[in-house]
Design a protein around this ligand. Structure first.
Ligand code: PHE
Length: 546
């Protein structure tokens, strides 16, 4: 039972849409993850590689998602359903490949993966591209289940900061405090519940009165908090070392591994590959400019990631800490840093509030994907869908919350999974993170670009993009860059190097190949690491040769 398209709510204007989409993109990925992976991968050079991935792969795929959403006015499953041909040779080919891999694995007695791949192959034969949309809805579930646990930690830390409990003289103490906190289920589950409740309340209210309204309040707040924190960090004595580390590229530190991390993170950070942007695009009116919206969202997301680094590294260096603390950077090093500066509790409260705001606008977009599917495709009422799936995700997330460190509270699930799949990741939390970030998002991104590039076709997509985009799509790129976009002689139909044609090439060739390579690398089928271990220092006493 499908809702007629005219019943669909729309954003009130481009600003509302851009803030909502930027709200989805800007999240824990920008403020929690980006600084620490930059710290681990050598600073400035990594930032440049990340920017390249955003421009070359992220932006083109985002245009695909917005276009599919606006054209079909549907959730991801509905969008693929609307645009899929009755039968697709490419989908059959992919299905066959997966089926054969499954049979191959069975021959090696890898029962769990073998059966899973055979089932996936058969489903692809039956449902084709629609499965890519289904994957998006599943990703909404799995990502939100662990995302909201981390968001719950930030709620806990806001409470702690307000109560003045974050007095740590050294990182080791902060670390123990953090580990004890995330391993106390009563706390983490309550905080995770509060976060899910906030998401449900906003999604329950609908697109305009809920998501758009709150994005318009929360996003400027986020910006303000960030600017205040940057000023504080930059004015600390010794901040310059952090700025230098962050902004001076050292390409010696870039490895293939870090390029792939940058690519994977570009997807996660821009909320691509799982249909969040298809869903938000589906509430977009035809008068809105897809190119301009994409540019704004990408620039805002990147700006906030860069700004977060600028708020964190100078403070970390100024207080004499190293940048490579990993995932604990924000929860362990920062409270220690704040403890050493005047009004530390106040700055800590502001920081964790910032993190919470960022997580909230992303959390609602994840819940909205699932809600939109049940509203559009199953005819549910929005209220019911938001509450039921908010609760379902809460329960799944509760499992993540109680098994962050290891499996000891969920031995039976661990046992079951190990029997089926052999080795499994360290905890249920890791399993959820791994399934979504390493599998569902990259595969989703791959399928979206293949689908728009080769199945629906760039021609039809560009027809949709043209609406509302003035002559952006068709003006010669050189004229566009030269500021001559509206000059009559620069808009002839003879132009071939246009924004639209460049986008088409990226989406048909460059994005799918890059994403496929990154995916095969993350799952371990492609390995670029040098076969021999890197040269070790020569033994001290080497017998003379010859
Ligand atoms: N983009 C969000 C972040 O950076 C995470 C997210 C991923 C949100 C996928 C929605 C969909 O934190």
């Amino acid at each position: 039972m499908n809702n007629p398209p005219e019943a669909r709510e729309h954003w009130s204007n481009s600003l509302g849409f851009i803030l909502a989409a930027a709200g989805s993109a800007i999240g824990l990925g920008n403020i929690w993850k980006f600084p620490y992976i930059t710290g681990e991968n050598g600073g400035g050079a990594f930032v440049l590689v990340y920017l390249l991935c955003i421009a070359v792969i992220g932006a083109p795929v985002m245009i695909c998602e917005f276009t599919m959403g606006r054209h079909t006015q549907r959730n991801p499953v509905g969008a693929f359903k609307c645009l899929s041909p009755r039968s697709s040779r490419l989908a059959h080919l992919i299905g066959l490949g997966i089926l054969l891999s499954g049979i191959f694995l069975l021959c090696f007695q890898n029962w769990g993966w073998g059966v899973l791949l055979i089932a996936a192959g058969l489903l692809i034969f039956r449902y084709g591209w629609i499965l890519a949309g289904v994957m998006g809805v599943i990703a909404g579930f799995t990502i939100l289940s662990f995302y909201s646990v981390v968001a719950g930690w930030t709620i806990g830390y806001v409470f702690k900061a307000v109560a003045g409990q974050l007095h740590f003289a050294e990182v080791a103490v902060a670390k123990n405090h953090f580990l004890a906190f995330i391993d106390s289920p009563a706390w983490t589950i309550s905080c995770h519940f509060i976060f899910m409740l906030l998401c449900v309340l906003i999604v329950y209210k609908g697109v305009k009165a809920g998501i758009e309204r709150w994005s318009k309040i929360l996003m400027p707040l986020l910006f303000l908090l960030l600017v205040v924190l940057i000023i504080r960090a930059l004015t600390l004595p010794g901040a310059a070392a952090g700025v230098r580390f962050y902004l001076t590229p050292d390409f010696g530190k870039i490895t293939t591994g870090s390029v792939l991390i940058a690519l994977g993170h570009a997807f996660f950070s821009l909320s691509l590959g799982m249909g969040a942007m298809i869903t938000y695009g589906s509430y977009m009116g035809r008068e809105q400019n897809i190119f301009a919206a994409t540019l704004s969202v990408v620039v805002l997301d990147t700006l906030v990631a860069l700004m977060a680094g600028l708020a964190i590294f100078p403070a970390v260096f100024a207080q004499g800490f190293g940048p490579d603390a990993g995932p604990g950077l924000v929860f362990q090093v920062l409270p220690t840093v704040f403890n050493q500066i005047p009004l530390g509790a106040f700055w800590a409260t502001l920081f964790f509030l910032l993190l919470l705001v960022a997580a909230l606008t992303s959390g609602i977009s994840l819940l909205e994907v699932v809600t939109a599917y049940f509203v559009d495709e199953r005819g549910w009422k929005r209220h019911r869908a938001a509450v039921v799936f908010g609760l379902a995700i809460f329960f799944l997330g509760a499992l993540c919350a109680i098994s962050v460190a290891d499996w000891h509270r969920l031995e039976w699930i661990h046992h079951l999974l190990t029997r089926i799949f052999g080795h499994v990741k360290d905890s249920f939390f890791d399993v959820m993170d791994n399934i979504s970030s390493n599998w569902l998002l990259p595969l989703g991104g791959l399928f979206i670009s293949l689908f728009v590039g080769w199945i629906w076709g760039t021609k039809k997509a560009v027809d949709e993009i043209r609406q509302g985009s003035h002559n952006f799509a068709d003006v010669h790129l050189v004229s566009l860059l030269a500021g001559l976009k509206d000059d009559p002689s620069h808009n002839s139909e003879l132009h071939v190097i246009t924004l639209a044609s460049v986008w088409g090439i990226f989406i048909r060739f460059i994005s799918p190949v890059a994403v496929l390579i990154a995916f095969l690398h993350t799952i371990g089928w492609l390995d670029f690491r040098p076969k021999t271990p890197p040269a070790e220092p020569p033994p001290i006493e080497q017998p003379a040769e010859k």
